[in-house]
Design a binder for this molecule. Structure first.
Ligand SMILES: [Zn+2]
Length: 147
């Protein structure tokens, strides 16, 4: 198997260096607010789930030049939605033990399973972007395998 080291793809018209890489904590705090993790700029979403292609402030391409980039955001979305659903279920059972409201839990569980991913979708996109920037900052070398 042949390995090659490539430069990470750069956004099309963005200057790379004027935006210093923030600390990881800053990346994630900005992402939780649905802001660009790199520069902190807002207005990344046109609607709740429609994200711009690049940051209007710093020009960071949100797919970072890769196809299939959305898969990571979907994984974050699933993780957040499942954590909330399981957390609400377990908290309700523990707080109401020995008589948990099973009828209400049977209704609320599926509703949470539908509503939570819709609610967390924009946060999952910015959080995955922050995670990716923390692991693979803009302009760093990236290992890629060619098969
Ligand atoms: Zn930005």
């Amino acid at each position: 198997m042949k390995r090659r080291i490539l430069m990470a793809p750069a956004p099309e018209r963005s200057p790379e260096l004027p935006w210093p890489m923030p600390r990881r904590r800053t990346l994630f705090l900005r992402a939780v607010q649905r802001h660009c993790p790199r520069c902190g700029g807002g207005h990344l979403f046109r609607r709740w789930i429609v994200m711009a292609d690049q940051c209007p402030t710093c020009g960071l391409a949100f797919t970072r030049g890769e196809s299939g980039y959305q898969l990571g955001a979907m994984w974050f979305n699933l993780l957040l939605a499942e954590a909330v659903s399981v957390g609400v279920f377990l908290t309700t059972v523990v707080l109401t033990w020995p008589n948990p409201p099973w009828d209400r839990l049977q209704i609320m569980g599926p509703l949470e399973a539908i509503i939570s991913p819709l609610f967390f979708y924009p946060f999952s996109k910015t959080l995955f972007l922050a995670f990716d920037l923390a692991m693979r900052p803009v302009g760093t070398l990236v290992d890629r395998q060619e098969g």
